[in-house]
Design a protein around this ligand. Structure first.
Ligand SMILES: Cc1ncc(C[n+]2csc(CCOP(=O)(O)OP(=O)(O)O)c2C)c(N)n1
Length: 604
């Protein structure tokens, strides 16, 4: 039976077939659906969201050390967070198979950078598998577990957005039988004291040499001989683009991209006239092959930033003289209209930023839906670098003493638990007076609404203990902690005043759930009483997508209207409307008689 699976679902399927017992991860596009699919599948695997990627990898490594097959999933930048464990796990090796999935995001569809995590495989000295479609995503996941156990190493399985999210046909295989290997005490292998780790580094290098031998015969490195004039070396999604553009070319398709099968690549080079590497982002393969003494071309024809596309591959091959220029031009397509993301109608993140902007605060932001507050009209964020950075950066800004307004860190609940807590500890420890705004919407909204340790719910939806953020901050030594309803504009403003006036570290926690998760929140929608609207446009400062311009004018300014079906009834626009022209639809009168004074309406 064949099924249509996304790359992420195929990895989950492969993990099930390989007999995975423990899987942990932290949400991050484009990796999130792997664990969700694994959890949905049920079966014998224990699956959990961890508080961050490092903990997820620690969990998986512990399970592998316990002799069962384990997997950790994350987006590319998540591997930075987990890197400390990852680098040394390459020394310890594993007992049960350990697969680390890094889903990279060339083109930054939803990330803060587009780093090429293939470099991590080289850095750590672990094997790297890169599937080119869903079928390979399943197959390579099974292979990754096998290689991990055979060579006693973590294996990096790297996908990119197109592989993770595109669907392809997969024929599910049988689920692996056979018990786990069990735990065996071995401190020289797992206790990385310098004396033991020195030995393990040598073990790692010997293992890499053995893996390089394996690469020469690995069935996932495939030579597809065609026209010998040009030979293309490629892998992952780039392979699909190459095949699209050059169906008859000679292609060396790499599935295991570290370590490389250099002998076979040399033989391939000898069989073709010219050798060109087509790869996304860094010249990872190209530099390795050139360093091995093989004449190769590549990045002079293809961009080093952004995603490749069939058109870019076509254009690059035209520049290289492999195909005629006219073919490349004929195929050029109109780009899609950009649609910048906006905060949802009723998003509880809006008012806190409105309040901060009104006082000219210097806002060290963080990563989450609320990062959109950096965009107009809120325009209320001064920095956003990596998850959890906000608090530490606020401390630095405060210590620099150059900020023209109060320094405030803003951070979501999931991000605070992920990497924000140490920054707050630092603030208390070194007594730096900053205000931290924790935007607690009870979910990880940015990535689709996953639960986290503050929600009291697990990935499987079962209830568990929730971290109490206010008590946690108090326990860390913050002596001003206030919880506020961000739909209450006055109360949020007052909470901000009290917090920034406080001489020490202060924390304000907002407490409205995300309007989209876990279920869409809808209250009575609002409307604008047209005659009462003086087109002051104060409500437009919210950037609410449910508020739109109309064709009506008042004293040369455009009036606004509320899109009823889109409005969630959060009441914020009604609170800030100076003429009280915004009322719940149920209360709104019908069209007013022409000429009636708006002031009367204000009292309805
Ligand atoms: C290291 C890292 N891991 C994961 C992500 C993906 N990601 C972006 S924001 C975010 C968390 C958002 O949750 P929260 O802080 O609660 O804010 P919300 O989106 O709910 O407003 C995640 C997981 C990332 N950008 N970087």
């Amino acid at each position: 039976m064949m099924v249509l699976l996304s790359g992420n679902e195929a990895i989950a399927r492969g993990a099930i077939e390989a007999g995975v017992r423990v899987a942990a991860g932290y949400p991050g596009t484009p990796s999130t659906e792997i664990l969700e699919a694994l959890a949905r599948a049920g079966g014998g695997a224990y699956v959990q969201w961890s508080t961050n990627e490092k903990v997820a990898l620690d969990v998986a490594l512990g399970a592998a050390m316990g002799g069962v097959r384990a997997m950790a999933t994350m987006k590319h930048v998540g591997l930075n967070v987990a890197a400390d464990t990852f680098m040394t796990a390459a020394y310890t090796g594993v007992r049960g198979g350990l697969v680390v999935v890094s889903a990279d995001d060339p083109g930054l569809h939803s990330s803060q950078n587009e780093q090429d995590n293939r470099l991590y495989a080289r850095f750590a000295g672990v094997p790297l598998l890169e599937p080119a479609d869903s079928r390979e995503a399943r197959d390579f996941t099974v292979l990754a577990f096998d290689l991990s156990e055979e060579f006693d190493t973590p294996v990096l399985l790297r996908t990119t957005t197109r592989i993770a999210h595109c669907r392809g046909v997969v024929t599910p295989g049988p689920v692996r039988e056979g018990g786990p290997r069990g735990f065996e005490r071995d401190p020289r292998k797992y206790v990385m004291l310098p004396a033991f780790a020195r030995d393990r580094h040598a073990v790692l290098l010997r293992r890499l040499a053995a893996l390089a031998e394996y690469a020469e015969t690995s069935p996932v490195n495939v030579e597809e001989m065609g026209d010998p004039a040009v030979g293309i070396i490629t892998g992952g999604i780039a392979y699909q683009y190459v095949r699209d553009v050059l169906p008859d070319a000679s292609v060396f398709k790499l599935g295991l991209t570290h370590p490389l099968p250099l002998r076979r690549l040399r033989e391939f080079a000898a069989r073709v006239g010219r050798l060109i590497v087509v790869e996304e982002l860094e010249p990872f393969l190209e530099e390795r092959i050139r360093a091995a003494g093989v004449a190769v071309e590549g990045k002079e024809f293809f961009p080093r930033t952004g995603e490749l596309t069939p058109d870019l591959v076509r254009a690059g091959l035209a520049r290289a003289g492999v195909i005629p220029e006219s073919r490349s031009r004929a195929a050029a397509r109109e780009p899609a209209m950009p649609r910048p993301p906006v905060l949802c109608p009723g998003c509880p993140h809006v008012v806190p930023y409105l309040v901060l902007r009104s006082i000219g605060a210097v806002v060290a932001g963080d990563i989450g839906c609320y990062t959109l507050a950096a965009m107009a009209p809120l325009s209320a964020m001064d920095s956003c670098v990596a998850m959890g950075c906000s608090i530490g950066m606020a401390l630095g800004l405060a210590r620099a003493g150059t900020a023209p307004g109060p320094v405030v860190a803003t951070i979501g609940d999931s991000t605070f638990l992920h990497a924000g807590i140490p920054g707050l500890i630092d603030a208390v420890y070194i007594r730096t007076p900053v205000t931290v705004l924790i935007l607690d919407n009870g979910t990880t909204a940015m990535t689709g609404g996953q639960p986290h340790p503050g929600t009291g719910v697990t990935l499987q939806g079962t209830e568990t203990r929730a971290v109490d953020l206010a008590r946690l901050c108090g326990a860390l030594g913050v002596d001003h902690v206030q919880v506020v309803d961000p739909y209450d504009v006055g109360a949020t403003s007052q909470a901000r005043c009290a917090a920034t006036a406080h001489r020490g570290v202060s924390v304000v926690i907002t407490n409205r759930p995300c309007v989209e998760a876990p279920v869409k929140i809808r209250d009575a929608p609002f409307r604008v009483i047209e005659d009462a609207c003086t087109a002051c446009q104060a409500c437009m400062n919210l950037g609410c997508p449910a508020i739109a311009w109309t064709d009506g004018w008042y004293e040369g300014r455009r009036r606004v209207a509320i899109d009823g079906p889109a409005c969630t009834g959060c009441t914020v626009c009604a609170q800030i409307c100076p003429t009280q022209a915004i009322v719940p639809i149920a209360e709104a009168p019908g069209p007013r008689a022409h000429g009636a004074a708006p002031a009367e309406v204000a009292h309805e």
